[in-house]
Every structure is written in structure tokens, then in C-alpha cells.
Write a protein that binds this ligand. Sequence first.
Ligand code: AMP
Ligand code: MG
Length: 321
Amino acid sequence: MSQHPIGRQTVVTDNIAFAAAELRLGKLIAFPTETVFGLGADALNPTAVQSIFSAKGRPSNNPLIVHISSVEHIDDLAKNIPAYARELCAAFFPGPLTLVLPKRDHIPDATTAGLDTVAVRMPDHEIARSFIAESNRFIAAPSANRSGRPSPTTWEAVFSDLNGFIDIILKGDQSRVGLESTVVDCSASHPVVLRPGSISLEDLQLVVPSSAYSTEAALLARSPGTRHKHYQPEAQVRLVGHPSEIPIGESETAAFIGISAGATTELTLVAGSVSEYAHHLFSFFRTCENRGVKTIYCETIPKNGIGWALMDRLERAASDT
Ligand code: AMP
Ligand code: MG
């Protein structure tokens, strides 16, 4: 699980053609998307894909999402695609939705962690799509952070986690959504959500009414990587129902993020909506680290719409395991 340095500084660039050419040579390239920044490699090159795992310190049983620049490429990666999955594609591609489908044989085990399914996504981000199209490859990419850490929503966050461990960072603005994609298993009779994201269960049910949450047991069977530690900054994360619950006396070493006013913490971010809260969460975690904050208090919110995804990330960030 240890990281392997490349022996030199990571190059930061906005040259898409250069990054695409380097990707074809088997290099590791971080790039912006609307969810979070991804760490990309040629999905059909097992050696390049292995290097994603060693650069991140990612457990090898946690499969990667394969990124495409055009909807029809889904058929190059997956087979026996159910009609309902086509409907989800038509409704949500490009966008923050990942579909898990029966894989074609040419996809290496390194990319799918030996599973017989492949996860596919088409990002709704101009730089990401140009980079994928220009590379003329399918790009396997997890989030571009060290394993276990908060996902990066700025290129500077990628640099701070992975400088010297990856070849190139393709620059871009702060990620619009700020949380990872909704992952939906489409290998059985109806869609099953394996990871919540900004596309909510309610959104999916408008297109395919039988869409459902995964049970905990099915989740571990179908998405083994979800059992690992995730999203944790150096500061302690604690959940509160309201800023008034923050213990008196802790304000000077603490921070608060949420949607309710009233915190007297050293660092406070009150978002105007739940999606704005989600957009800022991971970059706020990193700002808190840089300021030496000891405890980050995060306001809980109702688990509907994007609130479900946000609570999933908050609960994992606050967990000890
Ligand atoms: P990350 O890109 O780091 O946010 O992680 C990718 C997510 O997609 C993880 O939650 C994986 O478990 C999930 N994933 C990728 N491929 C598959 C697959 N074939 N089956 C189930 N889940 C997958
Ligand atoms: Mg990740």
C-alpha cells in the first residue's frame, strides 16, 4: 500500500495534447472533472493501471472507474448492457453518474480488481472530455488523492498529495460538484446504487422507477473497496445537528461547516444550500489542515437529494475505521 516516488517533481500544465501523448506512453496524469480531480492512466495498459495503485497507496481490491469521451464507447467496454442502463445513459451522460456493467474480456484485471464488471463514466467537463478524446484511449481514474484522504477538488490539492508520485497534473478550476459520482450497479435486473452522489436515488427513479439502494451485504459483495477508510483529513471530523452543539472552549482550535449560522469557531463556512455545502466540503477540510485546526464540526443534514451523498461522505470522514 506504500507510495512509490517517480524521482522528480510533477509537471503542472494546461497543455491537453502533451498530457494525452504522455498518457499513451503509460504515464500517470491527474485531470479535472466536474465531480473531483481524477488520476488517470490508459485503462487497457495493466502496468500503467498498477502504477495508479502504487502512487495513491490504494488497496488493489478497489476497482477503478473507466472514463469515456463519447456515449457509444460504452459498447467497447461492456457487453449485455440492459435496456434500463441505456435509459440512464441517455438521461445522465455526460454527468456525475457511473454505471457498473458486465465487462468485455480485453479489460485487464488490474482495472476492475478482478471483478467481472467494469465501471464506466462520461464526465461533463470540457477539459476532461478533450483530454480523453485526444488521448484516443479509455482512461481509468480514481480520485487523485492519497488513499484514505479527502478527494481533491483543486489542482493544488492534487499537488499537495501527489507531487513527486505522478507525472503530470492537467490544470483546471475548482470542481463544480465537489463529491464523487453516483455509482450504480447495472449487472442485474434493476439499477442498484452502490455509492450515493449528486445524482440522487429520486433522480434515478424518475428514469427507471425500480432503482434501489444497495443493502450493506450486497455492497460488500459488489463493491469491495467501499470497506476501506475514506475522505479523512488530518483534523478530527465530528458531526453536530447544529453549531450550538460545539463545546464551549473549543472554538479556538475548531472549525465549522454547514448551512446554519451561529458558530463562533476560528474558521467557519456557512453554505447557502446543501449543494454549496457539498461543493466546498473537501477543500474546506484541506484549508483546516493547513491552518492547524484540531476538530472540524460538520452539520448533519436530511438524507435526501444530494444530502444523502453528503451525509455518506461526512459519516465516513468522521468514522474511526
Ligand atoms: P474512486 O474513483 O476512488 O472514487 O473509486 C471508484 C468507486 O467506483 C469505488 O467506490 C469503487 O468501489 C467503485 N467501482 C469501480 N469499479 C467497480 C465495479 N466493477 N464494481 C463495483 N464498484 C466499482
Ligand atoms: Mg477515491
